[in-house]
Design a protein around this ligand. Sequence first.
Ligand code: B12
Ligand code: SF4
Length: 469
Amino acid sequence: MARVFLVNPPSPEPVYTPLLSFCHLAASLRASGHEVALLDASAPFAPKQHRAIVEHIAAWGPDVVGVHLKTLHVQFAYALSAVLAERFTLVAGGPHATIVPAEPLAHGFRWVLRGECEDALVELADMIDGRREAADIAGLTWTERGMVRRNADRPFSTELDRLAPPLGALDLFDPAWYGAAAVGTELAPGGLLSSRGCPAACTFCSNDVTGRKFRYRSAASVAAEVATLRNERNKVGITFLDDSFAVGKRRVHELCAAIAGIGAPVWWTCTAHPSHLDREVLVAMKAAGCAGIDIGMESADPEMLLAIGKGVTVERVLDVLRWSRELEIHTVVNLMFAWPDETDAQLDATIGFLERAAPIAGGFNARGVVVPYPGTKIYERNHAEYGFTGWWLTEPPLAYMPFPTSWNEEEVVRAYGDDPALDRNFFRHPPHRIERVREALALKAKLTIEITRRRSSHLEVGVPAAGAR
Ligand code: B12
Ligand code: SF4
């Protein structure tokens, strides 16, 4: 059986919970009989020095080392992989590896697995054991005799109930990495997935791993995971990390009924598209413990909403905010600025919406200046014209400050206003518009603080600001 070591590289933005993708991958490897160990070096107190990481891995003696790649932090990841490649055979995976799979091959990696990898990584481990050929692994990109070979795409996982339960791999994460040594039994991933994929087609969205094909777990399987988090991990507050939680009315009703039936109180938050939320769905979600919804809107200008493929109207968002307010569900509205070709009038429409929505919204997302991730339509259409081809490698990394762990007013002002993409100005907006966006970021913070003060008297639970995921 192969020995696989997974590393989430160090990054300037600490991640305070075990990486859910590693829980899935490790659980799947174990279920197939392979051995697995891991290091979440993005966790605040995990080893971060390259030498320490190499020694940690070498002490375990892996056959292959897997590295998680995200676009924003890929330079830090490649700096580590250059050192790791001297000692180990490397495989890359994750969102960035999925979009530009040939790139890691030029940075010390032997293999790259694209897309969802619960099955693909097991197949790679089987190959290392001599039980499979590289050419037979769907989703694999690799080099053979100096040529990059790209095997066929792997279809999305459709039978999600079949996947090994991710919580079964939690023992592989050291609680001390998260500063939680004293409360090891409460360690839990950032959240759980009741579904994968999103049927919408926003031009800026970088969800290439989970993609546009919506797939979902049975209500019973999700409720069982919620119950385990609640009863065995002491998690009363739970985050659904689905791309789009509320797809399919009947499904949501069944899911909510199952969660409500676990017999212990939980409250949870999710991200949902406004077009999937009506009053009836919201009532069912509330009854099942929904405390907060992160709502993607992004612009309040009707033409811009069409241009970015958001598939929502301003009126619909206002309806959802009103219904949610009546039901005491906290809403965080995501709005972004500095779109390609965004005019002063379009920007002002979004800024005007902030004031209009503030009396009924629960808050607005932190930051929000558009970043053209590779693989998105916004990137493909604009990189040549605006000269930002391959920016994640050719420019200094966008230096976001870490999100605070508690959102007091001072921290809200800092975190909301801190957006390095504004000064980077990908779409070359004129100086007066950049200043206007800066004011808009400050306005989002100010309004969010006012709303929080207004509601704090009867809000039972704090819901993290959107944009933190
Ligand atoms: C939850 C989440 C977070 C949580 C993670 C919490 C946790 N403890 O797990 C938090 C809030 C920390 C977070 C932070 C950030 N996130 Co985030 N996040 C997500 C989200 C919503 C779900 C992630 C998830 O679990 N997906 C489900 C699993 C099944 O998919 P997966 O993670 O991609 O993993 C699969 C494959 O990629 C592959 N795989 C993953 N790793 C590896 C490694 C190897 C070796 C192999 C072989 C395979 C492999 O197999 C996995 C299982 O199928 C995704 C959106 C999405 N749809 O994925 C965004 C997403 C991953 N985040 C994104 C971004 C940009 C960020 C930030 C950089 C935000 C920022 N600052 O601007 C930070 C980075 C923080 C850091 N230091 O890493 C982007 C990444 C885009 C890109 N091209 O890189 C995404 C895609 C959102 C988006 N649409 O833009 N995030
Ligand atoms: S609704 Fe959200 S997840 Fe779906 S395509 Fe748009 S940004 Fe991506």
